[in-house]
Design a protein around this ligand. Structure first.
Ligand SMILES: [Zn+2]
Length: 115
């Protein structure tokens, strides 16, 4: 089973600026992912991270627990999916992209401190 090589880019036009959604499609997401995430979020409507803190927050994002890095089997593995709200998702991604090990600092209100 190969990687993403057999996924054709859904946009062929050079003027990418006109289509802000092109970036998403080019990464291998697309119509199927949109349907899957809606299905997943309707089955798992609450943000998992907020729920762990006792907060009830509607999930808006399907996050990959382990970054898939283009690995299709990991990408589509529902056991690797978790429902998150946008603030949790953004915080999580920033943390990883800033450098390696997840290491949230927790403030007095119980929320991770944003740098
Ligand atoms: Zn959340």
């Amino acid at each position: 089973m190969g990687r993403l090589t057999n996924i054709k880019p859904m946009v062929g036009k050079p003027n990418r600026d006109r289509t802000p959604r092109a970036k998403t499609a080019a990464r291998g997401y697309g119509g199927k992912w949109q349907r899957e995430r809606i299905t997943f979020l309707s089955a798992h409507p609450l943000c998992r991270m907020c729920e762990a803190k006792g907060r009830i927050t509607p999930a808006k994002v399907v996050d990959h627990i382990e970054p898939h890095k283009g690995d299709r089997s990991l990408f589509w593995d529902r056991k690797n999916w978790q429902p998150l709200c946008e603030p949790c998702h953004n915080r999580d991604k920033q943390r990883i992209e800033k450098g390696g090990a997840p290491k949230p600092e927790i403030g007095i209100d119980g929320w991770p401190i944003e740098a």
